[in-house]
Design a protein around this ligand. Sequence first.
Ligand code: PAF
Length: 301
Amino acid sequence: MNKIVAEGLKRMVSPAEVARFVTEQKQKGKTVGFVPTMGALHEGHLSLFKRASESSDCVIASVFVNPTQFGDKDDYINYPKNIDRDAALAERAGVDVLFIPEESAIYPNGSDMTVQVHTKTDVLCGKSRPGHFDGVATVLTKLFNIVKPDTVYFGMKDAQQVAIVSSLIRTFHIPVKLVACPIVRESDGLAKSSRNVRLSANERKEAPEIYKGLQAGLRAAELGERNFDRLISTVKAYYAKHLILGKIDYVDVLNYPELKRSGASLDRHFIIACAVRYQSARLIDNITADTEKLLSSREAD
Ligand code: PAF
């Protein structure tokens, strides 16, 4: 490691300024880590910043609420924004540069060219958000080209996004390493999310059941269940008993990172994922696992 001397967080709005900064760092032999975000930072993001600053000499984070990944205009307009708060949090978590571009800098020619994602999008969250991952892949291609990081850090909370970004990098030969970081949870198991604050007191009390339902699916896999439909039924049966306020949007079990089934039974790596709707928040969560590790942990018991 060859950390840059701490000089406090630099805010940059121009892609050219960021590109210049990165060129200078690389000329000094420093590695550049990048964490793209849409702001409204929470502990999940901070854990990515922390991970980035542990393994890269210099950390750049972007805050850009990307219009092309929102299907619902209101959701885009109402997306929480507080750049001073975000900057203070990012600085404390070891970020060196906060890149806060204007929409016109990222989309200088509007949407004249976009990236289209043809696989892994018709399941999980992609199913109810047509075009969402095209928007994500488009903006990330632009951000990766501007920042040219050595390593990018993404959270496994959005495991579908991680699988798609990994394909994007491979498909377009983008010279960057992807590090997928574990989901950060509250002490009661609820996955951290900026949407958790929108839950009512009773919804918040119930919400940890979301993770417990996924764990019920994992336990069934640990006991030897390999059938996709039966694993899904196990999770749904748990939710039928424990979720009163939350409505299931989807529960799915798929091979990971392929995000599809191959026959009726799991391959080695799989994901158990769900989305649950509350009055003012839709929460997602997942567990990814490896059947060979499940088997060996059973044998070790
Ligand atoms: O996960 C997000 O916050 C966004 O999808 C991302 C990766 C910053 C792209 O806009």
